[in-house]
Design a protein around this ligand. Structure first.
Ligand code: 5CA
Ligand code: ZN
Length: 414
């Protein structure tokens, strides 16, 4: 489906280092392109049932920064992102609010597009609604059934049986825990909290995740070669990433709440489908909290991009506030974040417009410093500090330096 309008990104001369990022699976910094000229990025997209909150914004901004750093290093970037436009939380919200789930999804996807545009986030090349990929998911699940990785669990209340993934069926490119590194007890707890159903009777292993939910009365379903039903959650991302980008991809990205079960199981499905690892690196953003707890639609402690913009925030200040934190940290949003980012932005704008005289000779060093910081596991706070230091030290903002700030940090200074 249509993504959103791309912001302009200046081409900046000079060499940028290849980015290195922290890989959750190995716990180490890696070049996920493995020296290739092509970088393939898949980032888990929204479940469209509430407006873009700052946690979403921070997550997409982190991967936007990675895409910008790759481009600045001269790589060809291919980027795919899904939208989970049919899933239990979306259906529950639509029922609660008495609206059609399709209408709810469409309106929230539109809002997300507008928010991403306001924040000047680079759009994916492929922005894929799960409801447009149901046939492909069904085909993949049929293949998993034929090859012994999927099995039926008796489902008396449905037209057919639900299909589950057998986490213990051997694959050559994955075994349970490869991506998350978690112990079984933690996996069981997280599966129960994050959409899994370890208590469901009839499964071979309590951790086996749903691949295909057979049609129930009153729930959306699609006819398919494996009977009427709808996709499970993890398989959608394995299929879309594999189809659009080819496996293994460079980076599978998302928030740290997706480490288990979502990315673990997506990697398992990909391995069973393609005998390939899903990704060279699994990169996770930290969770943003507000009023003491993780920002979440279900908890209701939302700070939305739209809300801040409606209150008059400069979208560049929202961006700068988020960039001032390390992407992988968990941190808490305070209203003062926006105030200090707005003040900092005014200082940067005045500097770029040449209001204060300065010397231009070390502007190139500042540019190198920004590039070095961003390519070192997306150290955007370090890049922000490099600009602050340049201003404090009397370095003038050359047009090239302003372009580099725009290209890497996505902030066009006045
Ligand atoms: N549709 C699935 C992924 S396939 C999903 O998790 N959707 S979501 O709308 O719940 O989240 C969208 C993205 O924002 C995910 O990458 C998620 O990890 C991230 N995210 C959600 N809440 C936060 C938060 N409080 N802080 C940082 N990132 C968050
Ligand atoms: Zn996903």
């Amino acid at each position: 489906m249509r993504a959103w309008q791309a912001p302009s990104v200046p081409d900046v001369p000079g060499a940028a280092p290849r980015p290195v990022v922290h890989d959750t699976a190995t716990g180490k910094p890696v070049d996920p392109t493995q020296g290739d000229e092509r970088a393939a990025l898949y980032v888990c997209g929204i479940t469209p049932y509430d407006a873009t909150h700052l946690g979403h914004a921070a997550t997409y901004l982190a991967f936007d920064t990675l895409g910008r750093a790759w481009r600045d290093a001269g790589l060809d970037v291919e980027y795919a992102q899904n939208v989970t436009d049919v899933d239990d939380p979306l259906l529950e919200r639509a029922t609660r609010d008495g609206i059609d789930w399709r209408e709810l999804a469409a309106s929230q996807i539109d809002l997300f597009r507008r928010d991403m545009e306001s924040l000047r986030i680079l759009p994916p090349d492929d922005f894929v609604a799960v409801t447009d990929e149901v046939d492909r998911v069904a085909e993949a699940v049929a293949f998993l059934q034929e090859t012994g990785s999927a099995y039926e669990v008796p489902t008396p209340d449905a037209e057919g049986d639900d299909l589950y993934f057998d986490v213990n069926h051997p694959t050559d490119a994955w075994s349970l825990g490869d991506e998350s590194g978690l112990d079984r007890e933690t996996m069981l707890t997280l599966a129960a909290e994050r959409g899994g159903d370890p208590e469901r009777p009839g499964k071979r292993d309590p951790l086996d995740p749903l691949l295909w939910r057979a049609a129930r009365d009153g729930e959306p379903s699609w006819d398919s070669e494996i009977g009427p039903g709808r996709p499970g959650w993890h398989i959608e991302c394995s299929v879309i990433a594999g189809d659009r980008l080819g496996l293994p991809i460079s980076v599978q990205g998302g928030g740290s709440d997706l480490v288990f079960p979502h990315h673990e199981m997506s990697a398992g499905h990909a391995a069973a489908l393609a005998h390939q690892p899903l990704a060279h690196a699994f990169v996770h953003t930290g969770m943003i909290a507000y009023q003491g707890t993780k920002i979440s639609k279900s908890l209701g402690n939302l700070v939305t991009v739209r809300g801040l913009l409606d209150d008059g925030a400069d979208p560049r200040a929202i961006r700068l506030a988020l960039l001032s934190h390390k992407y992988s940290d968990d941190w808490e949003w305070f209203d003062a974040e926006l105030t200090s980012a707005t003040t900092r932005l005014a200082t940067w704008d005045a500097w770029a417009s040449g209001a204060s005289a300065g010397h231009a000779d070390d502007a190139a060093d500042v540019a190198s410093r920004i590039r070095a910081r961003v390519s070192d596991d997306l150290d955007t706070p370090g890049a922000v500090a490099a600009v602050d230091t340049a201003i404090a030290g009397g370095t003038a903002c050359t047009p090239e330096l302003a372009d580099l700030i725009d290209a890497l940090l996505g902030i066009r200074l006045a």
